[in-house]
Design a protein around this ligand. Structure first.
Ligand SMILES: Cc1cc2nc3c(=O)[nH]c(=O)nc-3n(C[C@H](O)[C@H](O)[C@H](O)COP(=O)(O)OP(=O)(O)OC[C@H]3O[C@@H](n4cnc5c(N)ncnc54)[C@H](O)[C@@H]3O)c2cc1C
Length: 462
């Protein structure tokens, strides 16, 4: 769409001209995220500095029904920030203040543009702990994490973002300013609107402040790497660890393709017969207990393991183990330049079946698939690897089959990245037409004009 005459000038008058961008070169990066779904630039970008700015933007957008797309740090993998229908990109990146940290209440308040890793480091200075740790934490923002209900490796023990959001300040597309939730840990009054906004992918309202629950920081962490001959052995090992009543804080799986990619830069020499690996981490306040727990993990997986369990003896070795996992995405691109990455989740007992199915689907369509991820909670990143753009339509068919297979095994099309644009055509397959219709009606209550992030989550009619 082209913008109504006078809108840019009205936006500049409302929020200040320095906060309004129309220069094409500066808009272009706001048309992309990490989803590899293409570039959909907005027509104008507003860099909000306050909740009031957000209200003013909605007021002006509502007059001519101009789409408004909330934007965090653009690390999203489901296309949530893409301006499908042009309009206004409303960036929260300048609202990046940690408002307060209250050790006595174990809570903090922060603006949505605060980078997650910066927030974690800030609370740690007070001996506190904010567990959600998406692997993008040096990049992504708290607002994006709330909108996507982000997870990460530590979700196995500590849960996802939702578990930590006590309250929100939100501006609705109608311009109303809401304060949901509470600052106490308990509270059951009324419908849980806070929970509804968490994971709503920027389609119900724009989050302008977040109240987060914190935990005391565990004083000790132990990290180990275990190799296996096959994914089946590794999956059995996951089940064995959990069955012994051990909940490590992380239990990450790498299959053989992922392992081959890691081996390119990893400081470790994996055994030649290694066909999978698990990265395990335990934590707590008593150092002996933390290491005793990792020893119990080692004991539990000994029957399946290929070679020794490598336990990091110091911080540098811990970092080495995590580096192995961290550069995986980049290393996969060295095997094949293109990839489509999915984040299905299945019941833990179905992991071996799911991994076997992804391989079979990949093979049938002529592609290699690398599977890795948060095996402890059943959340797997299945990456279909390919070389040229003309292969993409076939890759998309394969991806569709992978998503349906996850649902058929009792799982979901997305464990943490959200539906966005990437998976909107599969939502009905997972949830059924009635549930999707109810969600559309809910959206209309919050956004009667349909101006907030249109085209996301729900399939297009027809
Ligand atoms: C290398 C890499 C690793 C990753 N690892 C993980 C992982 O382990 N776990 C995981 O969960 N994700 C992971 N992600 C995905 C991504 O980082 C998360 O989804 C993150 O939460 C997005 O945050 P963001 O600030 O970049 O949001 P954006 O990408 O900017 O936006 C994401 C969505 O949130 C909406 N939004 C943003 N801010 C607001 C706001 N203030 N109010 C309302 N809506 C808003 C947007 O409209 C969009 O729909 C990874 C991404 C990369 C690139």
């Amino acid at each position: 769409m082209s913008l109504p005459a006078g809108l840019v000038e009205a936006l500049a008058a409302a929020v200040g001209p320095e906060r309004v961008v129309v220069d094409r070169e500066r808009l272009e990066p706001y048309g992309r995220d990490e989803s590899e779904l293409g570039t959909f630039p907005p027509e104008v970008l507003v860099l909000a500095g306050s909740a009031e700015h957000v209200q003013r933007v909605f007021e002006l957008a509502a007059r001519d029904r101009v789409p408004v797309v909330p934007v965090g740090a653009r690390s999203g993998k489901s296309g949530g920030t893409l301006a499908l229908r042009g309009g206004i990109a409303l960036s929260l990146e300048k609202m990046d203040r940690i408002v307060e940290i209250r050790p006595e209440d174990l809570i903090a308040r922060a603006q949505p543009g605060v980078v997650t890793g910066r927030f974690q480091a800030a609370v740690e200075k007070h001996g506190l702990f904010y567990p959600p740790d998406p692997n993008s934490l040096d990049l992504c923002s708290l607002g994006g994490n709330v909108a996507e209900n982000a997870g990460g490796p530590r979700a196995l023990k500590y849960g996802v973002t939702r578990e930590y959001v006590l309250g929100l300040e939100v501006v609705l597309p109608t311009g109303e300013l809401l304060h949901t939730g509470k600052r106490s840990i308990k509270g059951v009054a009324g419908y849980d609107l806070t929970a509804l906004f968490v994971g709503s992918e920027g389609t119900l309202g724009v989050v302008t402040e977040i109240t987060l629950k914190l935990l005391p920081r565990p004083r000790h962490v132990a990290t180990a790497l275990v190799c296996f001959r096959s994914v089946e052995d590794a999956s059995r090992a996951v089940a064995r660890v959990l069955a012994r009543g051990i909940i490590p804080r992380c239990l990450e799986l790498l299959d053989d393709v992922a392992l081959a990619a890691c081996a390119r830069t990893s400081p470790f020499r994996f055994p030649p017969d290694a066909g999978a690996a698990l990265l395990v981490e335990t934590d707590g306040n008593d150092e002996e207990q933390v290491f005793a727990e990792i020893a119990r993990v080692a004991e539990a997986v000994a029957g399946e393991a290929a070679g020794e369990v490598i336990v990091a003896q110091n911080e540098a070795q811990r970092r080495d183990i995590w580096e192995t996992r961290k550069y995986l995405s980049v290393n996969l691109k060295a095997l094949h330049p293109r990839k489509l990455s999915e984040d299905i989740a299945v019941p833990r007992s179905r992991i071996p079946e799911m991994v076997a199915l992804t391989r079979e689907i990949g093979r049938r369509h002529g592609f290699e698939v690398a599977t890795y991820g948060h095996a402890g909670d059943g959340n797997l990143h299945a990456n279909v690897l390919f070389d040229t753009d003309d292969q993409r339509p076939r890759v998309e068919v394969a991806v569709g089959e992978i998503l349906r297979a996850a649902v058929d095994l009792g799982g979901t099309i997305t464990g943490e990245h959200g539906v966005g644009l990437a998976k909107r055509d599969f939502l009905v397959y997972e949830q059924g037409a009635e549930q999707v219709a109810l969600q559309r009606r809910l959206k209309a209550v919050f956004d009667p004009l349909g101006i907030l992030n249109p085209g996301k989550i729900f399939p297009e009619p027809g």
